[in-house]
Design a protein around this ligand. Structure first.
Ligand code: NAG
Length: 249
């Protein structure tokens, strides 16, 4: 039976239409048709073009941003900051209009000169004290108490601003020049060991006790670790003045 079937198949399939025969005999009747293999060709062709276009776009955007920044800077710079002249032999400081000094037994010197170019206050010039160590007497610029000026803010020539750690802090300002460089230095008076001045961001603190050495003698004002050189003083929080004094460094 099997043999005769095979013979029949061989015979039938040896005729010229053998292909047709094999298709008919396929098990499920499913004829695998060769599929067209053209589909993927379209996709990769456009890719490099898109990349190039993107790069060009980025370059264009960068150029636009730079132009905008330049314009902004120019606008900000246009009203030139007002200045007062520097002095190599007098200590100068910008005093906002709300600042007033008292004589807290260290002195209250009147300014030798003032410069009124700047708004909101004036730059005052003071003669140097004889000593680099603050002492009772008459050579201090004067004193401001935290009680009378609790939002006191002192900015140094580098633009760092300092505030009181407590309204109990009292600051005496000591003018001193040496080697052609002058400053207005903060001598601190407070009962607490830790209170004094602190930078606006809280990263640095100078306490009143740190201005005393191991023998309880006052440290020289030229030690920048323990004294702030005041470029501006105000009683209404830390608002930088556009008026810079250059009495120091
Ligand atoms: C400030 O007080 C001190 C000490 O009491 C005194 O020697 C000095 O003359 C006073 N100065 C002024 C300008 O009042």
């Amino acid at each position: 039976m099997l043999f005769s079937s095979l013979v029949w198949l061989a015979l039938v399939c040896s005729v010229p239409q053998s292909m047709a025969c094999l298709r008919i005999m396929s098990p499920g009747g499913v004829v695998p048709m060769p599929r067209p293999t053209m589909a993927p060709i379209t996709a990769p062709t456009a890719a490099p073009m898109t990349s190039a276009a993107a790069t060009t776009k980025i370059t264009t955007t960068t150029t636009t941003t730079t132009t905008t920044t330049t314009t902004t800077t120019t606008t900000t710079t246009t009203p030139a900051p007002k200045t007062c002249p520097a002095s190599a032999d007098m200590a100068s400081v910008f005093l906002k209009s709300d600042v007033s000094f008292i004589n807290y037994s260290y002195g209250q010197v009147s300014p030798s000169e003032t410069c009124t170019t700047c708004e909101g206050g004036e730059v005052s010039y003071f003669p140097s004290a004889d000593s680099d160590v603050p002492a009772s007497g008459s050579e201090a610029i004067g004193t401001i108490t935290g009680a009378s000026c609790p939002r006191m803010c002192i900015c140094d020539p580098s633009g760092v601003c300092w505030k009181l750690t407590s309204p109990d802090v009292i600051v005496t300002f000591w003018p001193y020049c040496t080697g052609g460089s002058c400053g207005v230095y903060t001598y601190l008076i407070v009962d607490s060991d830790t209170d004094g001045l602190e930078t606006e961001d809280g990263s640095r603190r100078i306490s009143a006790s740190s201005q005393l050495d191991a023998d309880y003698d006052t440290v020289s004002v030229t030690d920048s670790s323990f004294y702030v050189n005041a470029a501006s003083i105000g009683c209404d929080g830390c608002v930088q003045s556009s008026c810079k004094t250059t009495s120091a460094m």
